[in-house]
Design a protein around this ligand. Structure first.
Ligand code: FE2
Ligand code: FE2
Ligand code: FE2
Length: 432
């Protein structure tokens, strides 16, 4: 039977899951978020900042590019001479502001590409820029300059030279001085390229690691769902729709309050692995090639792998990551048979299909009730969806559909608000 005990996970572990999966989309940059976190933390320590400030910078490093909502934006963020990457920083801050434990860190992330400009960078768009943002900026650029294949000892001098040349103009001089001091210490480069960077960061972050209860996890999972969905206007509210329906279905089945909350989280994170799939493939207007289809179909695998190290998440992750498995077998990517497919996964699968076919997308209207019911019935009779769960959804169709519409239309408002906010700032910085 399902576990009904409360679950607790740490903020650091969830942040690591998110950054791990976002780093997968660009294999050219190994562990970008972890490296930035390590460099930024080390710089903050070298500059004599408080333990709390150092820890906050570490978390900001772990999450700094979550607003890079498309591949194009990501490539801009990852080139050294970038001129147009404020937008993803602001987006990251916007996404984090709804989650109280990370709201302050979001402010640091918002400004992580503001140049120092000989002191003018203390302010940006009428706001004070935190020193931590300037430290993060430098750390990010150092990570970008490091090339995976180079010999670090030989390469470190070149990186130091480039950074020094930009002191005052691009980077805050105190941060550059701290970096030059660090760059003379071999252990810094050895740590940075170590295979156990993740373990080391976890040890450093331990002091401030915040435990989250179910409400906290729901709130953070909601941020995750926006990071996933806001990459594309085609599916900007999809995971929120799935989360809402999965939770409502769990309630209709008679799950406990905790289990309903867990189901909502499973809905929010079910497509987390899509962060490892290039947006161009998710949005491709033409049929996918076989290779492309296989890449897209791998997304539940990455959802699973990103979260499997979190012990208390084991039930939620199965519910979420098995959403393309089918009762008759032959689903992907795990090909789980009828006997092993948990009830919770079947609920998320029904919620996913229902939401996908009824939600409006920019290129087509969602199906009306008759069409949607007939598609759902067809899939249930073919054993692609659980027949009992599907029947329950159809039985409560009107209620479920208005719930979905309400949640998705509210969230469309948030999505629009974010883009208006970004457009206003982007226009100020980059008139063309
Ligand atoms: Fe960035
Ligand atoms: Fe970055
Ligand atoms: Fe999916």
């Amino acid at each position: 039977m399902l576990s009904s005990s409360k679950i607790r996970v740490t903020l650091f572990d969830l942040a690591t899951s998110l950054s791990d999966v976002t780093d997968l989309v660009n294999p050219a940059l190994d562990d970008h978020h972890k490296r930035v976190a390590y460099i930024a933390y080390s710089l903050a320590q070298e500059m004599g900042l408080s333990k709390k400030a150092c820890n906050d910078i570490l978390m900001a490093g772990m999450l700094h590019d979550i607003g890079a909502l498309s591949i194009k934006e990501k490539m801009k963020a990852l080139s050294f001479e970038t001129t147009a990457s404020h937008r993803h920083g602001e987006a990251g801050g916007f996404l984090l502001k709804t989650f109280a434990p990370l709201a302050e860190i979001g402010k640091v992330i918002s400004c992580h590409h503001v140049p120092w400009a000989n002191g003018a960078g203390k302010q940006h768009n009428g706001r004070a820029v935190p020193v931590a943002s300037h430290i993060l900026h430098l750390a990010d650029r150092v990570a970008v300059l490091l090339k995976k294949t180079k010999n670090y000892f030989g390469h470190s001098n070149e990186v130091a030279r480039k950074i020094k040349a930009q002191s005052g103009e691009m980077f805050m001089p105190e941060a550059v001085d701290a970096f030059l001091a660090l760059s003379r210490k071999s252990y810094f480069w050895l740590d940075l390229t170590s295979r156990s960077l993740a373990v080391m960061l976890r040890r450093k972050a331990r002091v401030k690691t915040v435990d989250l209860d179910l409400d906290g996890i729901i709130s953070l999972a909601q941020v995750f769902s926006r990071v996933i969905d806001f990459r594309s206007p085609f599916t900007a509210t999809h995971s929120s729709g799935v989360a809402t329906i999965a939770e409502a279905m769990a309630d209709a089945i008679g799950y406990s309050e905790n289990e309903c909350a867990m189901m909502k989280i499973a809905g929010y994170i079910h497509d987390l692995g899509k962060l490892a799939v290039p947006t161009e493939l998710l949005e491709k207007p033409a049929p996918l090639t076989r290779l492309e289809a296989n890449i897209v179909r791998s997304h539940p695998f990455y959802t699973y792998r990103a979260l499997e190290h979190i012990e208390d998440f084991s039930t939620i992750i199965k519910w979420g990551a098995f959403h393309h498995e089918t009762p008759k077998g032959g689903g992907y990517p795990f090909n789980i048979g009828r006997d092993e497919l948990p009830l919770g996964s079947r609920v998320v699968a029904v919620a996913d299909v229902f939401t996908a076919i009824t939600e409006d997308r920019p290129y087509r209207k969602g199906m009306d009730a008759d069409q949607a019911k007939s598609v759902l019935r067809g899939m249930a009779s073919d054993d692609q969806l659980d027949p009992k769960i599907t029947a329950l959804l159809i039985h409560n169709y009107e209620e479920m559909n208005s719930l979905r519409e309400k949640v998705q239309s509210d969230l469309t408002g948030v999505y629009t608000e974010m883009h208006n906010h970004l457009d206003s700032i982007y226009a100020v910085n980059h008139p063309n």
